[in-house]
Design a protein around this ligand. Structure first.
Ligand code: C2E
Ligand code: CA
Ligand code: CA
Ligand code: CA
Length: 280
């Protein structure tokens, strides 16, 4: 084979091949990783603005790969969704998150709501998803009021009738429902009309610019006003600097989440926040 490295096209191809190869490797390793439970969860605090105290946590999964190190969910969740492996993985995540939440409750630490990301593939199993949720909560003996499911707007847009049915069932169990990445999908308003949700998570793309871009700030302000009018709670995601915090506070967002307070941390570190009664 000739050396094509001086040729931009060949280099581009090589990078593509590397990416494709990594993808194939991850895809073949994923099934085994699920069987071996080679994953761990991190927890990011959700802080109530009016009190400065932690009121919840979002659970974020990571893959602890033997040779490649920690792999981010942005890379393997799409693979898990395509292959259907998100179903067993999602159950594992739900069980682990509920077990941890229950453990903290039994330790006498402040009770917190746990927010769990749910993929559209999980919801599309219809009755089977709701059954597995019920089974896990029974098993762990965790009350449904401590659970929040984060569902992206794009997920809601798929097969709408079916989604309305599943979400109503979930809600009737007493589980909180949040729309994740709110504002990034099309016809956001439409979804607010058809689905009964509890919380809007304002996407980090608006929060990240709200102190520098008047348009972004106007959008954030409008989402908060809209949520108030509809009796929904708001959580601002991706708060990184004090200027954003101050604006969100004066606009009366309910809660915030972001690196400004804490990145997602291990259960051990999160437990320390609770033990110290951390106030932000
Ligand atoms: P997401 O649900 O929108 O999660 C928020 C992402 O923003 C997380 O990335 C989090 O680490 C990151 N983040 C938090 N604070 C900040 C901040 O201040 N600035 C910036 N720039 N980023 C911040 P992560 O953990 O890499 O997760 C990426 C995505 O993977 C999630 O986006 C979610 O869609 C998906 N994901 C993660 N865990 C799960 C899971 O257990 N199940 C499913 N189905 N999807 C998951
Ligand atoms: Ca989320
Ligand atoms: Ca989000
Ligand atoms: Ca996102």
């Amino acid at each position: 084979v000739k050396d094509h490295n001086k040729n931009g096209y060949a280099i581009y191809n090589e990078q593509m091949n590397k990416k494709a190869l990594r993808r194939v490797v991850l895809e073949t390793n994923l099934r085994e990783a699920i069987a071996n439970e080679d994953f761990f969860l991190e927890y990011q605090p959700i802080i109530e603005l009016s009190t400065g105290s932690i009121v919840g946590m979002e659970v974020l999964v990571r893959w602890d790969h033997a040779s490649l190190g920690t792999i981010s969910p942005g890379e393997f969740i799409p693979l898990a969704e395509e292959t259907g492996l998100i179903i067993p993985l999602g159950e594992w995540i739900l069980r682990e998150a509920c077990l941890q939440t229950k453990r903290w409750q039994l330790q006498g630490l402040q009770s917190l709501r746990v927010s769990i990301n749910v993929s559209v593939r999980q919801l599309q199993q219809q009755g089977r998803f709701v059954d597995s949720v019920k089974r896990i909560l029974d098993e762990v003996e965790l009350e449904t009021k401590w659970i929040d499911f984060e569902i992206t707007e794009t997920a809601l847009m798929k097969n709408e009738e079916e989604m309305i049915g599943v979400l109503n069932e979930i809600k009737s169990l007493g589980i909180n429902i949040s729309i994740d990445d709110f504002g990034t999908g099309y016809s956001s308003m439409y979804h607010l009309k058809s689905f009964s949700v509890d919380t809007l998570k304002i996407d980090c793309s608006f929060i990240g610019e709200m102190h520098t871009n008047p348009k972004s700030k106007a959008i954030v302000t409008s989402i908060i006003k809209l949520a108030q009018a509809l009796n929904l709670k708001t959580i601002a995601e991706g708060v990184e600097v004090g200027d954003q915090l101050r604006l969100l506070s004066s606009e009366k967002a309910n809660a915030i989440q972001g690196y400004y307070f804490s990145p997602p941390v291990s259960s051990k570190e999160f437990e320390n926040y609770l033990l110290e009664g951390y106030m932000f």
